[in-house]
Design a protein around this ligand. Structure first.
Ligand code: ZN
Length: 155
């Protein structure tokens, strides 16, 4: 199904969002169409504006009242916005997310997927795990302030 410029796919417990979350994406209305326990994949989300963010919050708040919510492969544009509203992480499990990294050796800039379960202990201390560079296999570091990505994980 399409909500404006957002592709919405529901398959069993899995909700996949791809595209832009904006004024034309009434995500809050999806709550009633989803099962109690939901896994949401937003890896393909490329843009979110303030109205889209409000809808994303409505969706998460509606879902977490009814069952378990797991976020997988959270898009860079969403995880940075969510970190401005840390209570959004309550009763929402973030399994993995994308973050902007830069390579110390060759300068490559990429947004690798960070496994939030494997790195849980580091993330709680606001430490982004080093990642291998896809270009030169050197060490990449988070290219931004850790608070922009990791406030949600702080205990
Ligand atoms: Zn490199």
């Amino acid at each position: 199904m399409k909500l404006g410029r957002l592709d919405v796919e529901i398959a069993g417990e899995r909700l996949t969002l791809t595209g832009r979350i904006d004024d034309a994406s009434p995500l809050g209305e999806l709550v009633s169409q989803l099962p109690a326990n939901v896994v949401i994949d937003t890896s393909g989300v490329t843009f979110v504006n303030s109205i889209g963010m409000r809808e994303w919050i409505r969706l998460l708040r509606g879902l977490r009242e009814r069952g378990t919510v797991t976020l997988e492969r959270v898009a860079d544009v969403l995880i940075t916005q969510m970190n401005l509203i840390p209570d959004l992480g309550n009763n929402v499990r973030i399994a993995s997310f994308h973050a902007q990294y830069a390579c110390n050796a060759c300068g490559a800039e990429v947004a690798p997927l960070i496994d939030a379960v494997a790195h849980a202990e580091q993330l709680q201390r606001l430490k982004a795990p080093p990642m291998p560079c896809p270009e030169c296999q050197g060490q990449m570091e988070l290219a931004d302030f850790p608070e922009r990505y990791l406030t949600l994980f702080r205990v």
